[in-house]
Write a protein that binds this ligand. Sequence first.
Ligand code: NAP
Length: 250
Amino acid sequence: MSAHVLVLGGTGEARALAAALDSRPGTRVTTSLAGRVGRPRALPGEVRVGGFGGVPGLAAWLREHQVRAVLDATHPFAAAITGNAARAAALTGVPLVVLRRPGWRPGPGDRWHPVPSLDAAADLLPRLGRRVFLTTGRLGLAAFAHLTELHFLVRSVEAPEPPVPPHTHTLTARGPFTPGEETALLRDHRIDVLVTKDSGGEATAAKLTAARELGLPVVVVRRPPLPRGVTAVPDVAAALDRLRTVLPEG
Ligand code: NAP
């Protein structure tokens, strides 16, 4: 019988893991998506969509589908599902591997302002600029909705839902973007401050290069911590290596 691996997805790394596992003899892979994006791209292997119903729901799913290992490759800011995965894995005894790409590091010339939350970013913004490029995702815009004096350029994969700031221009686009494209965008929209989560990774890092080139301040929202006792691996290769240690025959 093939070993069933559940990949908690929604990232490029999860897609790469699904592809690697789908082509591995003796392994069956299911990717789980939250269902936030209306039309996700096709994925190798099986796909299920929607929440599990908290820790009990996830634990029940693992048992019912005879999952041999869980690979959490969700976004570094998806803290609830990572916490649930840790607890459900502990409850069921199913091994858990957590992939968390490293955060970004400021380099020479960067003007970064680290903050602990979207609310803290909103508090700081009026002191840094008037025309904001906001790349924190369409679900976090409510934190900025009271900033009626500022102009926002918002970029997300799908159109945001209210509440949003009154002066908002929306771009729906999916990365990756090049530094040249990002510099042109910042110039065209006369942006004077950028807000980003510390997502890490290459796919969305070009905006940071562009901000550095233009000398713009960047408000960087720090990551939520990993659940207590959980250690993460930094990339797809390390996740597959760790998985081999829990699925030796895979
Ligand atoms: P979250 O706050 O950690 O999770 C909220 C709830 O959504 C979870 O309790 C779970 O519901 C459900 N959920 C989340 N990820 C799931 C998954 N992969 N499969 C099944 N259910 C899932 O998550 P989030 O920050 O809203 O992110 C949702 C998804 O978008 C994740 O898959 C993440 O990888 C992806 N994503 C997030 C961001 C970001 O900035 N947060 C950016 C890019 C992609 P139940 O408790 O009912 O199981």
